[in-house]
Write a protein that binds this ligand. Sequence first.
Ligand code: ATP
Length: 431
Amino acid sequence: MQDINALLEALKFSPENIPLRIHVAGLYIQSENYEEAILHLKEALKQSPSNSEASILLGQCYYLTENYSASIILLENYIDGKYPKALQYYCLSLFKEGDMDLAEKHYKQLIHSYPDFSDDALDDAFRAKNSEDLDQDFVDDTPFVEHCDLSFKDVGGMDGVKKQIDLKILKPLQHPDLYKAYGKKSGGGILMYGPPGCGKTYIAKATAGEMNARFINVSLNEILSQWQGESERILNELFNSARRNTPCVLFIDEIDAIAAKRSDLRNSAGKTLVNQLLSELDGFEKNNEGVLVIGATNVPWHLDAAILRPGRFDRLIFIPPPDSESRESIFKIHLKDKPVGKINYPKLAKHSKNYSGADISACIDGCIEMKLEEAFEKNGTIDIETSDLASAMKKHKPVAVNEWLKTARNYAVYSNESGLYNEILEYINKK
Ligand code: ATP
């Protein structure tokens, strides 16, 4: 063992050197002098209360000195899957306290996330079934994970976008070796941008469905408001959930708000969240096989350039407003299985020129409500006709697709140095 006296001497001169103090505590643990290790870890935590390494080692020491309840309380904060050692001693302490169900549940989580993990006591207790069974048994109870039953056939039109998703997302995942041979990557981060209500979330979900993957949908509000004060932890938990639930699409909506230009963020809380996001994305390439992160924004011009660097959101997909053909398909999809008469779809497409997919869906909802009232009055179903939809459209005020295009055009014309807005320019020119 390294000469601990020399290190203790060094600590006398720099008592605030926390990494050194933790190193000393580790050496004490190796030599089974847990009491001394605990003293140093407590001192480290006094100076740096949120130091995860010191906390986890202290939890380990509590377990090794048979103070199981203290170990459980301390390690509870580190069982999100990121720290296998914390999970290991947490399980061991639960096991000693006789809470077998919870111990087994977290053991399964450990095996699921770290298939090579082994611990004699835990393996003996819980590996009664083989590890494959345990893995199948594993149920991630995170509230965010959805199972997707949407697929591309549920997305009206958008053939160009589907083709891009196929080339940039699906094919690379299906043929990673081929893509690698040509120097192209699979997985990683994709950024979808475009006007509100035009299907970014919807097509991301359908992409997850096409991949037979799980889907985690996070919006700015969930992270910033609802979880105020602990946003970084939640963001990390979401990434870990995605890592535990592969294949998984992690969809981060309104990414501009968490990834706004760091200079725009007045408070340091916002900055730490941006940094957390960047570090999750950087870690992403290293240890996140099977996770696809899709960010979405209506205001790509507010994004921090750091977000778009290679290895982060380095592939962009423009989700444009639906063209006439797409609008026709969106009407058809949303009216499928509803009582309809002979609908003039080209006419509806013509009269919904500046509509987003969300506008079309809202009009159909409005129309159905009207029809329901009528059906109650007349005591039976009555078909939806083109005229019903036309009058619902008259009452509806479409979201600002045109306004968005005007703003986007200004950015595309006047600040397109990086070529970020090429697709928008192409779209506007075509129009
Ligand atoms: P925002 O930027 O406001 O978050 P968004 O671009 O993510 O909007 P979505 O939430 O995906 O838009 O779309 C809203 C709704 O519009 C969807 O739930 C769906 O009902 C409908 N919709 C949009 N595009 C399509 C489409 N191509 N096919 C079928 N439905 C669509």
